[in-house]
Write a protein that binds this ligand. Structure first.
Ligand SMILES: O=C(O)COP(=O)(O)O
Ligand SMILES: [Mg+2]
Length: 228
């Protein structure tokens, strides 16, 4: 008797892929800019600053506003960002259209779902709990879950391992260059969605597949898995 192959692991980025978190993240960034007396920045500009974690977002926001702060003050502002964001994490943040049906179908087909995000793990869990999404994922791996984080392959490989899968039967779904690079580094195929936060147009990120709506996700996953 041959052992059945491990289930496929579908690993999702969180901000800009599963959930439109920009409104609550950027409202929080505004409170930090207010606090240092800087003018607020246009949303088209700050949306693209999401993707490398909260610390990078605060840093990018302050830099774009022309504010230089020394490390101890930066750390205080970052702490305040986290506090405010944690308290408002699901005020306006919502899953992207079609997500729930796509996750239902992937699970029904026996695939294991995981989250691989550069959001801190406690914030990721809190957000997914508030949106009643946590139970759908076997693993929620944040920026601080392992010793390394995206674009390091170890973040994705650790997520796949914890989900009981193998890199040869896994897919990364994301919205940014960070996700595509992580997948390439881990030799895992990637699917890119265009509704997230990226400086470079999503179609040009170099993912293995591009979908413009989650109603294309299941077919695209099956196609990539069938390529082996
Ligand atoms: O919060 C961020 O900046 C990054 O989060 P993501 O990896 O889920 O896009
Ligand atoms: Mg993202």
């Amino acid at each position: 008797m041959t052992a059945s192959p491990p289930p496929a692991v579908i690993a999702f980025d969180l901000d800009g892929t599963l959930v439109d978190t920009a409104p609550d993240l950027l409202d929080t960034l505004d409170t930090v800019l207010d606090e240092v007396g800087a003018a607020r920045l246009p949303r088209e500009e700050t949306r693209k600053m999401i993707g490398a974690g909260a610390r990078a977002l605060v840093n990018r926001g302050l830099t774009a506003a022309g504010i230089a702060v020394a490390p101890p003050e930066f750390d205080k502002l970052y702490e305040r960002f986290l506090e405010h964001y944690a308290a408002h994490i699901a005020d306006s943040s919502r899953p992207f259209p079609g997500l729930l049906a796509a996750l239902d179908e992937l699970s029904a087909r026996g695939h294991v779902l995981a989250v691989c995000t550069n959001k801190l793990e406690y914030l990721s869990r809190r957000l997914l709990d508030r949106l009643e999404l946590s139970d759908r994922f076997a693993v929620i791996a944040g920026a601080d879950t392992f010793a390394v984080h995206k674009p390091d392959a170890g973040h994705l490989l650790g997520t796949i391992e914890r989900a009981g899968g193998l890199p040869g039967r896994a897919i990364m779904v994301g919205d940014s260059m960070t996700d595509v690079l992580t997948a390439k580094n881990a030799r895992v195929p990637s699917i890119v969605v265009p509704f997230g936060y990226t400086e470079i147009p999503a179609e040009e990120l170099g993912g293995d597949a591009f979908i413009d709506h989650f109603d294309r996700l299941v077919d695209t996953v099956e196609h990539l898995l069938s390529r082996g």
